[in-house]
Design a protein around this ligand. Structure first.
Ligand code: ACO
Length: 336
């Protein structure tokens, strides 16, 4: 017998420190007009040194809210899934830190490395474990500390203005109502484009002394690299495909979407998808204007805010879709 999983509680956390486009223009050659026109972003949050925030601790803050809203005791969590590209340590992953910080019994903790698609990959993992009956309650977190690793000089401006810090969490549990919950997830990857959006080092292939020796100042591979326009073109194609895939699997049409929550990569990408699918404004949720692109945290932060604002009601068809580094992409269709 296969069970169904549902999201029982959501939570999010962003650092207090607001960084506006004007703030960025004081440290690099950029301006509010360029950033808003190309990305839709007005401001983002950055961890401030000494504020106690890290990828793991922000995840814990979001998780506490999600657990409380789900009304599930932390000791009833059977599995922690943590999605991030910016873990506190090279190893171990953030999942075990969360297990310790929340004081959960010795449950399994799994780290997912799928960047902007991380939350959807994690949702799919959680869903499979609940479906088979192996686990009943799964804590899923997406969290990022981008600001700790961005090139904040003019050299890094085309990447650094986009990303922000934050965390979102969901508690998944076995659904008691037939048909309510995760209807499907679809996941994809295309590794031939791995380096088009990547952070090469430090890594086992690019260790620190090697980086310093091999690379002139202008080409430092320990900051993220993004072939922006190439990523953009692939993103709009893959978003469309994977949303269609999810709808088709469930016999749904575009008009059946009550709310689409796309990964908050760039407002222009979301607007392109909205236009292509002819969705009304109220059918698409965006908050990139306030937080920038928070990678694995972007969907759970947006989902939490949409739910808090009363934009998701019982019985609604909620569609999640993401595309990012890897390339990886995916979608989830949920009957709320
Ligand atoms: N401020 C001012 N000027 C800038 C900035 C900036 N912050 N950044 C770049 N420019 C300049 C460039 O130098 C260039 O100048 P030039 O024409 O004199 O050479 C000009 O602006 C245009 O630069 P482009 O890079 O061509 O700008 P584009 O319109 O492509 O926008 C952007 C860049 C916003 C990055 C866009 O390509 C994009 O959003 N791509 C997709 C991002 C994405 O979806 N990522 C996936 C998720 S992330 C993840 O998975 C981790």
């Amino acid at each position: 017998m296969l069970y169904q999983s549902k999201i029982a509680g959501l939570g999010s956390y962003v650092p207090e420190n607001v960084v506006t486009n004007d703030d960025l223009s004081k440290v690099m050659d950029t301006n509010d007009e360029w950033i808003q026109e190309r990305t839709g972003i007005k401001e983002r949050r950055h961890i401030k040194k000494g504020d106690g925030n890290s990828t793991a601790t922000m995840g814990v803050k979001a998780a506490k809210i999600a657990l409380e809203r789900a009304n599930i005791d932390k000791n009833d969590i059977d599995l922690i899934v943590f999605a991030t590209l910016s873990p506190d340590y090279y190893f171990p992953g953030c999942g075990v830190q969360v297990q310790e910080m929340l004081g959960i019994h010795t449950c399994p903790a799994l780290d997912v490395r799928n960047q902007c698609s991380g939350f959807i990959y994690g949702l799919s993992v959680a869903d499979q474990f609940i479906k088979t009956g192996m686990y009943k309650n799964v804590l899923l977190i997406g969290s990022e500390n981008h600001s700790g690793g961005l090139d904040m000089s003019t050299r890094g401006r085309s990447v650094s203005v986009i990303f922000g810090d934050g965390a979102g969490a969901a508690v998944l549990t076995r659904s008691n109502h037939n048909g309510q919950g995760i209807l499907s997830t679809h996941l994809h990857s295309e590794g031939k484009h791995a380096l088009e959006l990547s952070l090469k080092g430090p890594s086992t292939m690019h260790w620190v002394p090697e980086i310093i020796e091999e690379n002139p100042q202008e080409d430092i591979p320990y900051y993220p690299y993004m072939n922006g326009q190439f990523v953009f073109k692939n993103a709009i194609a893959r978003f469309s495909e994977v949303i269609h895939e999810g709808l088709q699997e469930n016999g749904l049409e575009v008009k059946d979407i009550d709310i689409l929550i796309p990964h908050q990569a760039n407002l222009r990408i979301a607007q392109f998808i909205q236009k292509k699918f002819q969705l009304k404004d109220e059918q698409v949720y965006n908050n990139i204007q306030k937080y920038g692109n928070t990678t694995a945290a972007s969907i759970p932060i947006a989902l939490t805010e949409a739910w808090e604002e009363g934009k998701i009601k019982e019985g609604d068809h909620v569609v999640l879709a993401a595309f990012g580094s890897g390339f990886t992409w995916g979608s989830a269709v949920i009957s709320w």
